[in-house]
Design a protein around this ligand. Structure first.
Ligand SMILES: [Zn+2]
Length: 386
């Protein structure tokens, strides 16, 4: 049984999907105005590992990623390049897909551009207004968070802490922390006409519409970076609860730690962003996977490029073990494979699983047998191709 740390309950829980043998996963995708950096890649590598573990246990995974193309940064890039936001989005989305493919991330089967969901967003915002949980104020629409049960639970904030936030500032808001759903007052380069007025659907609501239209009333796992917990995921959950009528529309909220670049937060102004497209020119994707999985997904990673090479001995060992596969798996190796699976089942403890992988390869080097099936099973779970 797979255990996952659920941010909603702040505890490690047995993971049981809504439908037997079918796991629906939504991962907050990129805002498509730039290339993929290592912090993004880590997120998708983590859910790729999770999907592969679930697949190994016989569960089918359905992984949805939204492409945020309605966003000021995308619009700015379009303006800089004298083109449309759609062209910018397409360009960077295809670069994103190429980077993911280079990292052997195969689990994502649905990519959704949020601009394809504007009508759905409009309909859903109107529903929230009809339910009297959202309101219009000076042209904008906001979610009245005082009407939301358990608001603050996922980001573990009390009512008092929540009230300290000043979000989506605009005139006529009922509570300072109310979340914007539709913005009609700012002047955007691109906008959509709707019954709510001409404007743009706001970020959190974009994800909610994408998830509802693809997955319906509920899904199993919502993933993304830990920094998205508040207000993004708190808002998404509130909207989903109100629209689906379910208190628990998502079984598990699984958050991934940050990737720092030599002690600093990655930022273009500091010039320290680590781009996947540059790394994959220089390093074997296997090495990158082993490096990312050598840290627990919930911990932050402080990335120094030289550290990638520290995984080379393990990769060489795995390659050597492959050359030694034999008819039958020795009992000691079978037990180690069980340990390997067990570690991953324990909230994706990949650092421990990699230690076991090393032990397995050493045993194989010392003459104990491993069958091609067992060897391939391990590589398949880790997504390494040797
Ligand atoms: Zn999101």
């Amino acid at each position: 049984m797979l255990k996952l740390f659920n941010s909603f309950s702040s505890s490690k829980e047995d993971f049981v999907p809504f439908e037997k043998n079918h796991v629906k996963i939504f991962i907050c995708g990129p805002t498509v105005y730039d290339y993929t950096h290592l912090g993004h890649a880590r997120i998708f590598l983590t859910y790729d590992l999770l999907s592969r573990c679930l697949n190994d246990q016989g569960l089918r995974t359905d992984v949805l990623v939204n492409m945020t193309d309605i966003n000021q940064n995308v619009f700015n890039k379009a303006k800089e390049n004298s083109t449309t936001y759609k062209n910018i989005a397409k360009f960077y989305a295809s670069a994103f897909v190429k980077d993911l493919e280079a990292l052997n991330i195969q689990s994502i089967n649905r990519l959704a551009y949020v601009s394809d969901y504007v009508k759905n967003i409009e309909k859903e915002v109107l529903t929230l207004i009809q339910k009297h949980v959202a309101y219009m104020a000076h042209g904008n629409v906001y979610l009245d968070i005082s009407k939301v049960k358990n608001y603050g639970k996922i980001s573990q904030q009390t009512k008092e802490q929540l009230s300290m936030h000043r979000l989506d500032i605009g005139p006529g808001k009922k509570n300072p922390e109310d979340i914007m759903l539709w913005n009609c007052t700012e002047d955007f380069d691109f906008s959509w006409k709707s019954e709510l007025g001409e404007g743009i659907p706001w970020w959190h609501m974009q994800d909610t519409a994408v998830a509802i239209e693809n997955f319906g009333k509920n899904y199993d796992i919502h993933g993304g970076a830990r920094e998205l917990l508040y207000p993004h995921h708190e808002a998404h959950l509130a909207q989903y609860q109100l629209l689906s009528g379910s208190d628990i529309p998502v079984k598990a909220w699984v958050h991934v730690g940050l990737v720092l670049s030599e002690g600093e937060k990655m930022s273009k102004s500091l010039g320290n962003v680590v781009w996947v497209k540059d790394l994959i020119k220089k390093y074997d994707q296997n090495l990158m996977r082993l490096y990312i999985f050598s840290k627990h997904y919930r911990d932050d990673i402080d990335f120094y490029e030289k550290d990638l090479l520290t995984k080379k001995p393990l990769l060489d060992l795995v390659k050597f073990a492959k050359s030694k596969v034999s008819d039958k798996t020795h009992e000691d190796i079978s037990n180690l494979i069980d340990d390997f699976i067990q570690s991953l089942s324990n909230d994706l403890d990949s650092p421990m699983a990699l230690q076991t992988l090393e032990k397995i390869c050493i045993e194989v080097r010392n003459g104990k047998g491993i069958s091609p099936n067992d060897f391939n099973r391990i590589c398949e779970i880790l997504g390494i191709k040797v």
